[in-house]
Design a binder for this molecule. Structure first.
Ligand SMILES: [Zn+2]
Length: 455
């Protein structure tokens, strides 16, 4: 390599890793949310994971009536654990089984079985707010063979980590009042085709739940990779779909008209998690993965996306396949199987923090602005955006206009305005915009990507 080439390659390397100075970001934390995030305990998380591992297996075809083994014992324990937080909530937390029948000949679960999800609902305190936020984690586990309901299947990371996160969030959030309703959901049926999620997503659609966000936590506790031997508990992935799984003709034509393929609702939620999560949790970068899920694999947020809800998946940055869906064993000094020793509890604590901060901020926020659109009246180099104030929920104190260049993945500017119309001296051809409502104390709604206004 010549010196010139060497310097060039060093420069390229430097520019890809150096943060470009663009002026500092303002971090303003709500003391209530910050305090809740600080209460998340890695010891409690470890306790929950060890309890879940003790059920031996949580396979969907395992025993349902044994007191200490199998999936039945694990959903009973989950329900009791949620119920122990009811006194903290002054009765605003309610807990229920959500039962369904699934499986049958020629299906992934080849026999018909009755399974249960566990739902803990922290009811919103604002009668003028019917919004619901869902936080999911699957309770079931498996070993190597899909239908092996007998072998030890600890599922410490997959998905004891996600389960510990939702339990810990419910405990800490229960004493506090939120405008919107929050549902903490422990799902069964994941490992044989997202069965519990399919059932609940269909039920939510049928019953017309006003779900504004679904956060699915699946494997959030492993911080080192097999094969590439990376070790990092400072990055977590948020997966979000681009072109939505659920899209009507009208939605598709608006997407093409606005070039909105990178601005679907799931992607707005993903960017929101990055902004709000990093606002409250130190030493954690939220890395947005612009895919619905890992390559060729699935998760419980997908049935919700397919029903038209705004749904994303949160997952560790590095996976360890020696520990996922394996028979517990040691070969040549390498430990296989999803054991607690493979879980980084400090990492789970931080990942729980981004969930809690996001859900709290959203549940305290106003409804989204209504009918936002960009004016198409006349050709000019400015952009006029109009919207209406939401008629329900917390009253907005104002709105943020978000903007970024069209090739940028994240919002670059956030401009506070009052009123419901703004004209900015930036061309609508060269920038993307969005609008979010913000309360007096700074809680933002999800951003709305504007459509077109003919006026
Ligand atoms: Zn899983």
């Amino acid at each position: 390599m010549t010196t010139g080439k060497f310097i060039l390659s060093v420069l390229i390397t430097l520019t890809t890793v150096t943060i470009v100075a663009e002026g500092q970001t303002i971090i303003k934390r709500d003391p209530l949310i910050y305090d809740m995030v600080k209460q998340i305990s890695s010891e409690k998380i470890e306790e929950h994971i060890l309890t879940l591992v003790d059920f031996h297996t949580r396979h969907n075809l395992s025993e349902q009536d044994h007191p200490t083994r199998g999936i039945g014992a694990s959903w009973n324990w989950t329900k009791e654990e949620f119920e122990s937080y009811i006194p903290l909530s002054g009765g605003r937390l309610t807990v229920e089984f959500d039962e369904y029948t699934t499986g049958g000949p020629r299906q992934r679960l080849p026999e018909e079985v009755n399974l249960k999800n566990v739902i803990a609902t922290l009811h919103g305190t604002n009668p003028d707010d019917d919004r619901i936020i869902l936080i999911l984690a699957h309770l079931d586990s498996r070993a190597a063979r899909g239908l092996d309901a007998e072998s030890f299947a600890p599922g410490a990371n997959d998905n004891g980590s996600g389960m510990a996160a939702i339990l810990e969030m419910a405990r800490i959030m229960a004493p506090h009042e939120f405008s919107a309703t929050i549902k903490f959901v422990a799902l069964s049926g994941e490992e044989q085709g997202l069965l519990g999620a399919r059932h609940l997503a269909a039920r939510a659609k049928e019953e017309e739940w006003n779900i504004i966000a679904v956060l699915n936590n699946d494997m959030i506790g492993n911080s080192s990779s097999c094969g590439t031997l990376l070790n990092d508990n400072t990055r977590v992935r948020v997966f979000s779909e681009g072109v939505p799984a659920y899209e009507t003709q009208e939605m598709a034509s608006l997407r093409r008209y606005t070039s909105g393929e990178n601005d679907g609702r799931a992607r707005q939620l993903a960017r929101y998690i990055k902004e709000v999560g990093e606002r409250y949790v130190d030493q954690l970068d939220v890395t947005l993965i612009f895919r619905n899920d890992r390559f060729g694999r699935g998760g419980d947020h997908t049935p919700f996306a397919q029903q038209g809800f705004t749904a994303i998946r949160i997952s560790e940055f590095n996976e360890n396949y020696d520990r996922t869906h394996q028979i517990v064993r040691e070969v040549d000094g390498i430990q296989f199987g999803d054991l607690p020793e493979g879980v980084d509890y400090e990492y789970v604590r931080k990942n729980t923090g981004i969930n809690l901060a996001t859900v709290a901020n959203l549940a305290l926020a106003p409804y989204e602005p209504v009918g936002a659109g960009i004016s198409m009246a006349g050709l000019n180099n400015s952009t006029t955006i109009r919207w209406e104030a939401p008629s329900e929920g917390v009253r907005p104190a104002g709105y943020y206009i978000l903007m970024r260049e069209t090739y940028m993945p994240l919002w670059q500017r956030k401009i506070f305005v009052t009123g419901t119309e703004v004209t900015l001296p930036y061309s609508k051809d060269n920038y993307f915009f969005a609008v979010q409502a913000v309360s007096e104390d700074g809680h933002e709604s999800l951003p709305v990507f504007p459509g077109r206004l003919r006026r």
